[in-house]
Ligand binder design. Structure first.
Ligand code: GDP
Ligand code: GDP
Length: 465
């Protein structure tokens, strides 16, 4: 039995955007087929483990905003009648308009279940609109950003009990009806790593486990999966050879890119090495946090160093995990040795977490979990501009910038332009003359004073007019 959700609202509030997000771009092509009616689009949506049919009423691009043509009204009423639940969108940036009120009236009269959502709610500019939405008398609005994928978790939370109730009611009154759930059901997850993952309730933390063959990647992922409830997957009874697996690991939704599972699918033995390298590259591009898994018996081999360096250059957060710790006899000496090798061989990752684990026994997995969260948090850190500029003054006093050819380089102002990884911009005179060593002094200072160990930090010098 499939639950049907209709997305309704006046033009331009973001219905299509939400539809596309729920259905995924592949299915959104449905109405590009000639002869398919264009005024109502239907698709199969996924949200976490929920699956439902979604109807989009955004077929009336030409409807002007200040009138609500009869056709729009009829269309909406038709959708409402077809649906079990209506998701009523308003534009939080525009606030509640008279046309929104008309829609609210239609819904109050015709639909048993209405979920109100204030879309375009990313950022503070939407706050007033969200508050206004309460005034529609349709309950608490969900803050959504269809474009940025925010609020999907709340949508899930609101839909789930209704879906359950609907399911029960359907079982009570009707025999199972055969519903055509379209061919996407059996889709192969292979080869789709470049596409966004299936819609999930909350954006999971993207983790890749990389390492040389036999480091223990499969064992590690199996251990994590074995001990934790599988939250969702593209299909029920997710298989080990999926490209990525979504899990709930100690309360943290994570999507783990599983290179080992892919490698094991390769039938031709000779292909193994090649494949695992390109898998590693793909995994690094996919990930927010890259776990470099080493074998304690042969740590920091060339291939390990290469992939760790690649992860740093790609701007990913890195965690070094040393596996097979259970067979290590002299743990203390070994750990000291590992830390020394790490500093010497991967200075660009200084301060990144290094944890020891046993994928086999499960020891140290809690440490690994925490290290992943820590690395991710640092990677996301944002330093307020005011603090940054106060800090810059101190740094300049402590160690004034050089004066090539007698002209002192002036650093005027600094701001954090991005996160993930942290990126900073300094406005200065003669950026081209700035020696590398001074940039390094600033980056090391940032790392230390704002507590950003082990994350790649980007510093851009920009000249002024
Ligand atoms: P529809 O007419 O209701 O189907 O609206 P569309 O989905 O076509 O969206 C109308 C416009 O709003 C487009 O330019 C979207 O890119 C934009 N939009 C949709 N969702 C969001 C959002 O969450 N935030 C912002 N800022 N813009 C959005
Ligand atoms: P992958 O190629 O990186 O996926 O490595 P596998 O997970 O297939 O593991 C390679 C071998 O190492 C297997 O024989 C595992 O049983 C073994 N192994 C994996 N993790 C551990 C561990 O923590 N301790 C020990 N002693 N052996 C392990």
């Amino acid at each position: 039995m499939s639950l049907t959700l209709a997305i309704v609202g006046r033009p331009n509030v973001g219905k299509s955007t939400l539809f596309n997000r729920l259905v995924g771009k592949r299915l959104a092509l449905v109405d590009d087929q000639p002869g398919v009616t264009r005024d109502l689009r239907e698709g199969q949506a996924r949200l976490g483990d929920l699956r439902f049919t979604v109807i989009d009423t955004a077929g009336l691009e030409n409807a002007t905003d200040d009138s609500l043509p009869g056709r729009m009204r009829r269309l909406t009423e038709r959708a409402v009648d077809m649906a079990d639940i209506c998701l009523f969108l308003i534009d939080a940036r525009a606030g509640v308009t008279p046309n929104d009120e008309i829609f609210a009236d239609i819904l109050r009269r015709r639909s048993a279940h209405v979920i109100l959502a204030a879309n375009k709610a990313e950022g503070a500019a939407a706050d007033a609109g969200v508050l206004e939405a309460y005034g529609l008398g349709l309950g608490e609005p969900i803050r959504l950003s269809a474009e940025h994928g925010e609020g999907m978790n709340d949508l899930y939370t609101r839909l789930m009990p209704l879906a359950d109730a609907m399911e029960e009611a359907a079982e009570d009154v009707a025999p199972e009806t055969d519903v055509d759930i379209s061919e996407d059901d059996e889709e192969d997850t292979e080869g789709r790593a470049d596409e966004p993952p299936a819609i999930t309730a909350e954006k999971p933390l993207q983790v890749a486990v990389v390492g040389r063959p036999n480091a223990g990647k499969s064992t590690l992922i199996n251990k994590i999966l074995g001990e934790e409830r599988l939250l969702t997957g593209p299909e029920a009874g997710i298989t080990r050879d999926a490209i990525s697996l979504q899990i709930d690991w100690d309360g943290t939704p994570m999507r783990i890119f599983d290179t080992a599972g892919m490698r094991k699918k390769a039938k031709v033995q000779e292909k193994l090495e090649k494949l695992s390298v390109s898998d590693g590259l793909r995994a690094v591009k996919f990930a927010e946090v890259v776990v470099v898994l080493l074998d304690a018996a042969i740590p920091f081999e060339q291939q390990d160093l290469r992939i760790a360096d690649l992860a740093e250059r790609e701007g990913r957060a890195v965690v070094i995990a040393v596996n097979k710790w259970d067979v290590e006899e002299n743990k203390q000496d070994k750990l000291r040795e590992l830390k020394e090798s790490f500093e010497r061989l991967l200075p660009q990752l200084r301060g990144a977490p290094l944890v020891t684990v046993s994928a086999k026994t499960g020891r140290g997995l809690d440490r690994l979990h925490d290290a992943i969260l820590r690395a991710h948090a640092v990677w996301n850190r944002r330093v307020p501009t005011a603090a940054l500029n106060r800090w810059l003054i101190g740094m300049l006093e402590q160690h004034p910038p050089p004066a090539p050819q007698g002209k002192r380089i002036k650093l005027r102002y600094m701001t954090q332009a991005k996160t993930r990884p942290p990126g900073f911009v300094v406005m200065c005179s003669h950026p081209d003359k700035m020696p590398e060593s001074y940039s390094r002094y600033l980056v090391n200072g940032l790392r230390q004073d704002f507590d950003m160990p082990g994350t790649p930090i980007r510093l851009t010098l920009r000249g002024q007019g």
